[in-house]
Structure formats: structure tokens, C-alpha cells
Ligand binder design. Structure first.
Ligand SMILES: [Zn+2]
Ligand SMILES: [Zn+2]
Length: 165
């Protein structure tokens, strides 16, 4: 579990008071149901905490670099995750989001926000050409047109279909 603790003790008494914090934090890998998210650099955060009476409204952004295989060509690359969030931390709550001894821990929220916003498919680049279905060559690394002498007819039909013929 990641801990990203912010001292909020000095804004707890006055309604409307707020603090802003920004910085970087090393995060351990997050294991999701179908992949592991490994951070290739510290997660950058910018967080604003405001006393709204019944709790603290916490909002901000996280920017993370995550090492992943491309969904199309399987090459490892660094995916940039940029997410924002807003959550109410209660003074007397009984869930994760509460104020404890004048502190809040935004770590679990960061983790949840990053995981929830990860796309199912992550591409190394928008126009990744993927792998050749015949020989498995990475088509991003091929110069010019990558061709095979004999293409099974089913595949050429599919190719025509994709080209809109
Ligand atoms: Zn790719
Ligand atoms: Zn090929």
C-alpha cells in the first residue's frame, strides 16, 4: 500500500481554509487483476485540500509513468497516466477517506485513481503497426512495406475489407 500523508491539522478548525501541496513520490508496483503496473519514475502529484465544514474536500492530479507492454506490438514502453480526482475526507468517517490525528493519507486514493483510469489497451504510439500475423515481425521496425510471397486468400480478403475495397 502506498502512503502519501498530508498534514492538515492547521486547516481543521476554520471553514474555507485550504492548503496546496505538490511533489513526487515513489510508488511500489500495483498488481491489478490482469497486469502489473510498474512505475518507471516517481508519481508527481498536485493536491488541494479545503475545509468544507463536514470534512476536507481533496482534489488534484497525479501524473505517473508506467512501464507496460504495448497491446499491439508487445514492445515495452512507458505509458503516461494523467488522472484527476476529487474526494471528501470526513473528520469522523469510517472508510479509507478520513482524517486521522490531523493527517490524511492520499496514497490509496492515488492508487485507485490511477488503476481506474488505465485503458484496457495501451499502445506504444497511436499509429503502432503491430506484429505481422504471418511471421510475428514487429512492423514498426520494418523499413518499407513488409510482404510475404503467399498470403492466404482469407487474409487478403480481410486486408481488402480493412482498406475499404
Ligand atoms: Zn506498439
Ligand atoms: Zn511477416
Amino acid at each position: 500500500m502506498n502512503d502519501l500523508v498530508i498534514n492538515v491539522s492547521h486547516i481543521l478548525t476554520n471553514l474555507g481554509e485550504e492548503i496546496k501541496v505538490k511533489g513526487e513520490k515513489d510508488f511500489p508496483p500495483i498488481l491489478t487483476t490482469f497486469r502489473e503496473l510498474k512505475f518507471t519514475r516517481p508519481v508527481m502529484y498536485e493536491i488541494k485540500v479545503r475545509n468544507v465544514g463536514n470534512g476536507l474536500l481533496v482534489d488534484g492530479t497525479f501524473v505517473a509513468k508506467i512501464g507496460l507492454p504495448c497491446s499491439r506490438c508487445l514492445d515495452h514502453f512507458s505509458y503516461t497516466s494523467q488522472t484527476s480526482f476529487e474526494e471528501l475526507f470526513r473528520l469522523d468517517g469510517d472508510n479509507n477517506f478520513k482524517v486521522v490525528n490531523g493527517m490524511i493519507n492520499v496514497g490509496p486514493l492515488a492508487e485507485q485513481t490511477i488503476v481506474m483510469n488505465m485503458p484496457v489497451k495501451t499502445l506504444c504510439r497511436e499509429d503502432c503497426r503491430g506484429l505481422c500475423p504471418h511471421c510475428g515481425a514487429n512492423l514498426n521496425q520494418e523499413k518499407g512495406e513488409h510482404k510475404h510471397d503467399q498470403i492466404p486468400s482469407r487474409f487478403s480478403q480481410l486486408k481488402d475489407l480493412l482498406k475499404g475495397k
